[in-house]
Design a binder for this molecule. Structure first.
Ligand code: ADP
Length: 486
């Protein structure tokens, strides 16, 4: 039970049609800090996934027909329930994801924020009346929910990636089948338990869980279903491309929030304390395991030495340890993640990067990586070519604006970018020239329910959050109403 104050939130079965569904096949969820087994969770197959789709389909018409204000009321009740259970939910996030408790509490609040924001938006989904080209005819453009939606989420924000999709889905009248990441299903199941408790009708929210082996099976059932009309996916670029391809045969709507390779640029005129604080925020949240993590740090040569000195001092403050140890940096999510980060570090060093500073894991264990700053990293190194997804700062110096803009854009990804400058003209100019969906100027904090989050290029399409966030969940219907003479 892992010491939850509300044992009802410890759920290990799938949630389909308002019921907890057990399976004989199970898979293990591990504590990333020490690889011990936390829970044995239902291993769903195509049949159970189809059951969940059918339940969502049965629930759809009545849910879509409800008054937006009524749907919003339930959504607010769920947000309140998340906040009332924030200690338990944060503990679940800490256990299965490993992030420090303070970050986990922040995630629960952020997750609840998507529900309240979209509860407010539910009543603002509107259309228009268009001037008619025909006599005595009225042209209406109205918005309708797309229908049953499949949500596929990653492990790095087990609560927030669920509610960021659930919010607009519920607000617009869609029903959902969620497939949470195999590493972190417990938080999503706890949120489903809260949704059940606050009174969501059976079938509106369904959760099918599965191991890494089951993911393609569940994914195939979701993407090939003629009933599912939309897939919203957050995860790796490789799986996102596969999902988009699989959805083509039924012409489903697809929203993809895929990998990033964020540049962070510090210009000579930047306020250095702001730049250092922004780098820490953009780099080390969730131990560097976020798609908006600063992956390549470019520093203008005039301040490179001073910035590096101050950054080194700030990084030295970051301690490493379990989620409940009061440390700033938790474990990598799994062995593959740890191996990738170590591979990027050794590749950079083998190809000429120098180690500016390296922290200690304080013997926390093999799943932990100490924060490290590497200088003289280059475009051909793995740490520039791929997302490192770990507590590694890759520093490169540059001289001119044109040079750094070109280097920053030299990637197939286009999610987040950051830069630090006190020059207003440069702020506008560089922001326009960066091929990224999200640009943080003089800040490393860019995520909130109020903002349109999403990428360009191979980082995907669609926007989550903000007033734009309901667009991808609705169809526009145009109706021509012609007058018939009696
Ligand atoms: P990451 O590298 O961040 O773990 P993945 O893209 O592998 O990203 O995982 C993101 C989500 O996609 C997880 O829920 C995972 O189970 C799911 N997933 C992985 N492979 C498939 C697939 N073939 N079809 C559908 N979902 C998948």
């Amino acid at each position: 039970m892992q010491h939850l104050s509300d044992p009802d939130l410890w759920r290990t079965d799938a949630y389909i049609n308002g019921e907890w569904v057990s399976t004989s096949a199970r898979f293990d969820v591990l504590d990333p800090a020490d690889r011990t087994v936390l829970a044995s969770v239902a291993e769903c197959d195509a049949t159970l996934t189809n059951d969940a789709i059918a339940a969502a389909d049965r629930a759809f018409s009545a849910w879509a027909a409800r008054r937006a204000a009524d749907r919003a009321q339930l959504m607010r009740a769920l947000a309140d329930a998340l906040l009332a259970s924030e200690d338990d939910l944060a503990r679940l996030i800490g256990l299965e994801n490993g992030k420090p408790l303070a970050e986990a509490v922040g995630e629960v609040r952020y997750a609840a924020g998507f529900l309240t924001w979209f509860a407010e938006q539910a009543r603002r989904v509107d259309g228009s009346v268009i001037e008619s080209p025909w006599e005595r005819t009225t042209i209406l453009a109205t918005r309708e929910p797309v229908g049953v939606a499949a949500l596929i989420t990653p492990w790095n924000f087990p609560a927030a990636m669920f509610t960021r999709k659930l919010g607009p889905a519920l607000a617009t009248g869609c029903t959902v089948v969620l497939k949470p990441a195999e590493q972190t299903p417990l938080t999503a199941l706890a949120i489903a338990a809260l949704a059940h408790r606050v009174g969501f009708p059976a079938g509106v929210i369904n959760v099918v869980t599965g191991s890494a082996d089951a993911a393609p099976v569940i994914g195939e059932a979701l993407t090939s279903s003629r009933t599912v009309r939309k897939v919203s996916f957050t995860g790796s670029t490789a799986v996102g491309k596969l999902i988009a391809a699989q959805c083509a045969s039924t012409v489903k709507r697809v929203s993809l929030e895929l990998g990033g390779n964020a540049p962070l640029i510090v210009f000579d005129d930047a306020d250095l304390d702001t730049a250092v604080a922004g780098t820490i925020a953009a780099k080390f949240r969730n131990a560097g395991q976020t798609c908006v993590a600063a992956n390549r740090v470019f520093v203008q040569s005039g301040i490179a030495e001073e910035y590096t000195k101050r950054l080194t001092a700030a990084v030295a403050e970051l301690t490493v340890g379990r989620f409940d140890s009061g440390s700033a940096i938790g474990p990598m999510i799994d062995d593959d993640a740890t191996a990738k980060v170590r591979r990027h570090i050794s590749d950079a060093i083998a190809n000429g990067a120098t180690v500016v500073s390296e922290g200690s894991t304080n013997e926390a264990g093999d799943q932990f990586v100490a924060p490290i700053i590497l200088a003289n990293t280059t475009a051909s190194m793995q740490c520039h070519q791929e997302e490192t997804f770990g507590p590694v700062v890759s520093l490169t110096t540059f001289d001119t604006v044109d040079e750094v803009v070109e280097a920053a854009n030299d990637t197939d990804s286009g999610l987040a970018a950051y830069f630090f400058t006190n020059d207003l003209g440069r702020s506008h100019d560089v922001s326009k020239r960066l091929q990224f969906g999200i640009v943080g100027v003089n800040t490393g904090v860019i995520s909130a329910p109020e903002v349109p989050f999403g990428g360009m290029k191979e980082s995907g399409y669609g926007r989550e959050g903000s007033a734009y966030g309901t667009d991808d969940w609705t169809e526009i219907k145009y109706t021509a109403l012609a007058h018939v003479a009696p």
